[in-house]
Design a protein around this ligand. Sequence first.
Ligand code: SME
Length: 163
Amino acid sequence: MEELIITGQTKQEKYETLLPQIASVIEDEQDMIANMANVAAMLHETFRFWWTGFYRVQGDQLVLGPFQGPLACTRIAKGRGVCGTAWQKAETVVVEDVLQFPGHIACSSASRSEIVVPMIYNGEVFGVLDIDSEKISTFDDVDVLYLKKVVEILSKKLITIAC
Ligand code: SME
């Protein structure tokens, strides 16, 4: 596939056209950095988020992975910020207003709302998908539903390969 084709008006419709294209792009590629890079690009291109990317678990820290958007912090400790919280809880975290989230790590002062979806394989979090918006309350149940599906597609790749 050479070009992303997104149709539909609603967020749900856009996710519906995006998901099979994500599955198709990573289907034949074994390199997880390459896959994360393309997934970040496809989500970013579709929704024009402020920041879209991955952090990977390396020991007791999250380390910046492939992303689209402005400069970001490189390392995040477990339990710190929205990303570290999603890792510690092994749960998706949606933040409607980052200024109200205690411990939020402001990589960019323009970021106002955020969603972090942990990537889980064999019961272990091996990374997170982090998306930031410059608007308040951008992310809802539709994003949770579909971004979990995106992460699931990536996690299934790990059945055969190591990250
Ligand atoms: N805001 C995140 C840090 C990562 S950046 O947004 C890219 C957090 O609180 O974990």
